[in-house]
Every structure is written in C-alpha cells, then in structure tokens.
Write a protein that binds this ligand. Sequence first.
Ligand code: SAH
Length: 368
Amino acid sequence: MATSTATTPTNLLDLDREGMRQWFVAHGHSAFRADQVLKWIYHQQQTDFDAMSNLGKPLREWLQQHAVIRAPAILSEQHSSDGTVKWLFDVGTGNAIETVYIPEPNRGTLCVSSQVGCALNCSFCATGAQGFNRNLATAEIIGQVWQAARRLGHQRNGARRITNIVMMGMGEPLLNMPALLPALRLMCEDLAFGLAARRVTVSTAGLVPAIDELSSAVDVSLAVSLHAAEDKLRNELVPLNRKYPIEQLLAACARYSKGRIKRSVTYEYTMIDGVNDQPAQARKLVRLLQQVPGKVNLIPFNPFPGSSYRCSPEPVIAAFQQQLMTAGFVATVRRTRGQDIDAACGQLAGDFMDRTTRRERIRLQVAL
Ligand code: SAH
C-alpha cells in the first residue's frame, strides 16, 4: 500500500519548525520546505497550498492531498467598550474555548487557553467550576493566536497588534506539556510569530516537576498563581497545593529564575475579600518572597455565577500593594478588562461538557 494515501491529512499547525522539517524529510522532501511553508502560514496567513508560489506544482499538489492548515473556527467575537476582544472557538464535539485580546497603549496581550476546562478546581475560578473535558492540541493552541492575528490585522513587520502572549486562559498549561511546547516554540519562532521569549508567559497553579521540565525545554517567562502565603489557606484556594506545597513551589521558582537574566518569576495573587487580603497576610507574603524574589501581580477577584467570594475593596488592595512596595517588591494591580463581555481573569468558561464527575476530579488531583 502506498504510504499515507488513506491516512488523515496532517494539520501543519500541529508542528513547530523542527517537527515540520522532520515531517517533510520523512516524506521525501527537503527540510527547508518547512521554512517556506511556515512563512506562508504565519507571516502571510495563507491556508491555500496553491497560493504558495515558491513551491513547485508537484509539491503543492502533494500537500493538498496530505496536509491541511486548520485553526479552530470562530463561533463568536465580542468587543468590549474598553477595546478588549473575546473569541469563542469551536474545538469539536460541542466544545468551545475562549481567547482574549487586551489592547494597552504600548502593547497588545493575547490570553490563550491550553485545555478545554480545567481539572484543578481552584475555588475562585470559573473555569475550574465548569470541570474538565480534554487537552488542546498544538494546532488548537497556536490556532487561537493565528486566528486572533488574522482578525486583528496583525502584521509581522507592520502593525504588530499582538506583542505579548500569556497562557492564562482556560486550563492548566503545564498539564498539557506535549502540546504546549511546540506552540510556545512557534510563538517565539522567527518564521512564525517571532515574539521575544520574555513576552511569552506561561502561568501555572504550581505543578512543580513540570516547572523544571519547562525550564529545560524552552525559554519563556513564568507566572505562578500563588494567592496565599501559607499552606493552610492555599490548600483551600488551590487544591494542587496539597500535592506541591508552597516551599516546594518556591524552590522550583528559584531554580527557574536561576541563570535567566531579567527573568524573575511573577507571582499572581487574586485579591479576595476577607480571605487573603489582610495586612498580616501581606506581611507573610513579604517574608515568604524574601526567599525567592519576584514581581507580584495583584488581581482583583472577578465574580462569576455560583461563586460566594467577593472582590477586596479598592483601598484594601491599595494598602496590600503598598505593604509589598514598602518592602521593596514590584507590585502591580491588574486592571480588570473586558468585564462587560465576561472576559476578565477567571471568567473564561467557554462552553463544554464536563467529562469528569466530582469524584473523578478529586481523584485526578490526588493522582497529579
Ligand atoms: N491554570 C493557570 C492559568 C489560568 S488562570 C494558573 O492557575 O495560573 C490565570 C490567572 O487568573 C491565575 O492566576 C488565576 O488564579 C487567576 N484567576 C482565576 N480565577 C480568577 C477570578 N475569578 N478572579 C481573578 N483572577 C482569577
């Protein structure tokens, strides 16, 4: 039987540069074809092989039979009054994920999802409350960026609408390493999006072994969702803490920043009224971070249906920030954006079927 005639076509969005080079070679073509095709896909946003004029006709025809360039389809696009854009993407079998674009005067940040739902069940997060369905494929992760770039009129060498990418959408990126790593490489790859590594941030709830794995695989920025300075409270807010307590997590952060110049870890801290926002908790946080310094990003809690938490009052957030700054830390308050279209942190819920029962979710956490 001739090779691969009956197989499903390869989605080229699943392959980073090295993967695509190997794919071309495995099929008897030159590796440099990968470079040409990558440029068509990511610089020209071309999906039609026939338009790839620097490839010979036989290769174009072969690609048409054996490959596709397929990003998730856009189900809806919502524009907030503050310029934030939110897309809902179809990822098949009735599931949908969300991606958010946040324009600011000097930059444009795209917040990308890594999973359909999330298994970690953090008590203050809408995605967690929805349950977990599955991991996204590389094509579905980078496809969010590809679609957003196309819709925003992003040009590689002109209007660079997307200057930063944060893996802070739905899901725990470090629980989806095999698909995440090629997507991160494509974000930084010159032949694709070409972003500087410090402008690509992976946010994690604190999966310690995967932080080390990430560190040795790619060079991107790391954000850690801390939210509490003591294990008892963090166990409640981020159940994963029972598996990887704060001390282990901070040790992993220290290993990550070591040897990376200007690449300190960012600690995310969601401000929840009466839960983690008291002056004594700020003092604990200061003491804790003296061991492993980094920036602190305070995120006003965003409410969602069914949650009993409230956001800390504005003066409480300001006082907490001041305590951190007095101790010498860089502490910023994340401005809430896109609230009128439910696009703020922790509000991304997409639309999917939870495939885990509550009991399974607890089992998943214990097995992590
Ligand atoms: N799973 C990853 C990335 C997704 S969440 C992580 O935990 O880091 C991105 C950030 O938004 C995290 O810091 C998360 O804790 C925070 N977040 C989640 N729900 C929130 C809410 N309701 N209000 C404010 N921030 C929230």
